[in-house]
Design a protein around this ligand. Structure first.
Ligand code: GLC
Length: 750
């Protein structure tokens, strides 16, 4: 409690606030983004998520109105009261978000009755104040709030009535909705209520908690174990503005290389060059398109990172070159744990450079991961990131095209790293408690930088652990799911929420990582995978093999059908990534993102949009061959049959195992390629447009699909307009930008 607000001073974008018992500040970054800052640990922000100056030239007013200080832009007003309570209003005076003044009341956590029982049994009963966090902010619930975002959290799309933790966790058990934390910490929440929509981004890397009406439906709160209270109110007219505002702050997923949007095959269990060769040959033989094979930990020598297992994988790089001839790209896994092994180059280099985390007493901290005893690079130091980035050259020299960063929560087989293991945050020593949630982020940043330097292409990094903002450096997958229908069901809200939290390039292990996949589950999962930004089939050692041919002919045919569909839609996915780099809007989106006023969309867990106009409603239940689909306003056309459907209604549609219901909004133009086996197989010089009835406009992006030349203008932007005149279909093409070789032919599919 800071007591009375005594004075304030405006300096640039900042309003410095002096209270009886301390200092705080508001910072106006844009007309729609205001930061609330209470320094508890450091004077400044030291953000890992936000890089570079985000404060714009903003006109705002600061006025004392009685006891209240009002800081207002043309879009958003923050009213600061005593005790640093801050309430936010829209420009028209509508209340958006109000601090709770009552204090937390533990109605749900401990009932009166239970307290009596505890007392009667002679137990000590905790006081409500025992549950308070050193950093805490409690917001009043208006009543009808829905919550979205929060990255990879378990459960459903709308997070209302649940509680979560931000502490990157390696969870090998089945991820059920009672797990409060998984691998990622993205403390960004989107709130939708009758009064409007806004985002809250809590920028604090310590372990933190979000309780969204579970404790008490009268409020929701954020708490953290240490650090500063440092959060951002992100307002906007629409939910899409909030997502754009958040990604403006924390950065946007950059345009990837085109091949990364193809299909990937992986398995922890490809133990030799022979295993890899067989997989590659089988894909080509069966004519199932595939771009990438992932090499899991067995390609290394005794799980030593940046080494090669010559015994099983032959001459370093030979198998990579061999499969590259068939068009396959190789991605290799790299874990952060460096084997404690004198004489092993990486370990020796790290010791010589003083690159590893230490105990508080100054000894190198040792735990265990795949290679046995292992030590942890201190990625918070620039020189360590440079060293790690430079080490990527070992891989790129062998022809590797991307790096898969795993076990970077960081995972540890001998119990969690103690909170006081010492790391570094650039110029400042900080304990594991502060660095844990950004360990994966910093490792990804190092990897991105290294790959970019090594081959100049757009780096392809996949990470398991991350923090808000990691989307600038890496794509993500949702970790060790299992071959369970419940996990296929969870994949949809998880990917939608990751997308709304900035992570546009995300995927789940198609078919499930642990447990045994069935042919039916694989067929249904590939129907979700085909629309997931990252499309990778991956499974665990010890589980049933789940490449498409491990099952029957029907499974092969269904996998081929959907993987081919993905390749047909490649230009559409690529366009969506281009849009994402410009606006921050994700590739796959929950319907609520575009139809927030339609209450039917608020809890839709089983369907999603790809971009704005392609609606996918996969079957997510065993044995089911029908799907209840909700179509929002407008006319929608079945993707296959072109049958029209009137929106704002539910339909029960047929969905036998080889069918995934898909609908396209009136007037849509979808760019497609002819099917191919892999990116690079043939020149992509013909674009084929699928045109749906109605009037429409579509902007299509084209470049070399590989490097950064597009940032110097080497790209094309086409505008396609579609009118229906007297029933005759016509598409007009206008070049909005011309800086790259144009298509040889653009044809309209009938
Ligand atoms: C972890 C990863 C998994 C990988 C395995 C072996 O469990 O999440 O994807 O296959 O380690 O490297």
């Amino acid at each position: 409690m800071l007591g009375k607000l005594i004075s304030h001073k405006t300096e640039g974008n900042e309003v410095k606030l002096t209270f009886e018992k301390g200092e705080a500040a508001l910072r106006v970054l844009t007309p729609e983004i205001i930061n609330v800052f209470l320094p508890r640990e450091t004077k400044d922000h030291r953000s890992k998520a936000i890089e570079g100056e985000k404060a714009q030239k903003v006109t705002f007013t600061v006025k004392q109105e009685g006891e209240v200080l009002v800081v207002a832009t043309e879009k958003l007003a923050a009213k600061v009261c005593d005790d640093f309570y801050v309430d936010f209003y829209k420009a028209d005076g509508t209340l958006l978000c109000e601090d709770d003044r009552q204090g937390r009341i533990f109605t749900r956590q401990i009932s009166e009755h239970f307290i009596e029982v505890l007392k009667a049994e002679g137990h000590e009963v905790p006081e409500a104040s025992d549950f308070h966090y050193p950093v805490e902010v409690v917001k009043k619930m208006q009543g009808d709030e829905k919550f979205y975002g929060l990255g990879d959290k378990t459960g459903f799309l709308n997070k209302r009535d649940y509680e979560y933790e931000n502490w990157n966790s390696d969870i090998p058990q089945a991820h059920t909705e009672d797990y409060r934390a998984l691998y990622k910490s993205i403390p960004f929440l989107i709130t939708l209520s009758g009064n409007g929509v806004y985002g809250l981004f809590f920028d604090n890397t310590y372990k933190s908690y979000l309780n969204l009406g579970k404790e008490n439906e009268g409020y929701f709160y954020y708490g953290a174990e240490a650090g500063n209270l440092d959060y951002y109110m992100i307002a906007g007219e629409k939910m899409t503005d909030v997502v754009s505002g958040y990604t403006y702050l924390t950065g946007r997923t950059p345009l990837p290389q085109l091949w990364t949007l193809g299909y990937h095959q992986s398995r922890w269990g490809y133990e030799s060059a022979e295993d890899i060769r067989e997989v590659a040959e089988k894909y080509r033989e069966l004519k199932i398109p595939c771009d990438t094979i992932h090499f899991d930990i067995d390609y290394m020598d005794g799980y030593r990172v940046f080494t090669w297992n010559n015994k099983e994988f032959g001459e370093p790089g030979a198998i990579i070159a061999e499969i590259a001839e068939k068009g396959f790209k190789t991605v290799c896994i790299i874990d952060p744990g460096v084997k404690l092994d004198e004489g092993y180059e990486k370990y020796d280099e790290g010791i010589a450079g003083d690159y590893f985390a230490k105990t508080p007493e100054g000894e190198i901290y040792v735990n265990a991961v795949w290679p046995g005893d292992a030590v942890y690079p201190d990625f918070g130091k620039q020189e360590v990131r440079d060293w790690w980035g430079g080490s990527q050259k070992f891989l790129t020299d062998l022809g590797v095209r991307g790096t898969w960063n795993d076990m970077n929560e960081p995972a540890s087989f001998r119990g969690e790293l103690p909170k006081d293991v010492m790391f570094t945050d650039e110029d400042m020593p900080l304990p594991h408690a502060a660095m844990h949630n950004i360990y994966g982020h910093l490792m990804s940043k190092a990897t991105y930088g290294g790959l970019k330097k090594a081959d100049g292409k757009r780096p392809f990094v996949i990470t398991r652990a991350c923090y808000a903002g990691t989307q600038k450096y890496s794509t993500v997958w949702t970790g060790d799911n299992q071959s369970l229908w419940a996990h296929l069901q969870m994949a949809v809200p998880q990917l939608c929420n990751l997308g709304m939290s900035g992570f546009a390039f995300a995927g789940t292990d198609v078919g499930g990582f642990g447990a045994d996949c069935t042919p039916e589950l694989l067929c249904r999962w590939v129907q979700v995978g085909a629309f997931s930004p990252l499309f990778r089939n991956h499974s665990s050692k010890g589980s049933t093999y789940q490449e498409p041919w491990q099952f029957d002919e029907k499974t092969i045919a269904i996998n081929r059908k959907f993987i081919e569909l993905r390749y047909r839609l490649l230009p559409y996915f690529y366009d969506l990534f281009h849009v994402c780099e410009e606006t921050g809007l994700p590739v796959i989106r929950p319907l609520v993102l575009h139809y927030e006023d339609d209450s039917e969309t608020w809890n839709l867990n089983g369907e999603f949009l790809v971009g704005e106009n392609l609606l996918v409603a996969p079957v997510l239940e065993q044995g089911m061959t029908k799907k209840l689909v909700y179509l929002p306003e407008g006319i929608w056309y079945d993707f296959e049959t072109k049958k029209p459907y009137e929106g704002k209604r539910y339909y029960m549609v047929d969905a036998p195992l080889d069918t995934c219901p898909m609908f396209v909004k009136e007037g849509t133009i979808l760019p497609t390629f002819e099917p191919m086996q892999y990116v690079g197989e043939k020149p992509l010089d013909v674009l084929r447009l699928m045109v749906f009835p109605g009037e429409g406009r579509y902007v299509h992006y084209q470049d070399n699909g590989e490097d950064f030349a597009y940032r110097n203008g080497e790209y094309n932007l086409y505008e396609f307009t579609h009118r229906e005149e007297d029933g005759a279909e016509e598409v007009e093409i206008t070049m909005l930008h011309e800086g790259y070789r144009c298509y040889r032919k653009i044809e309209v599919l009938s």
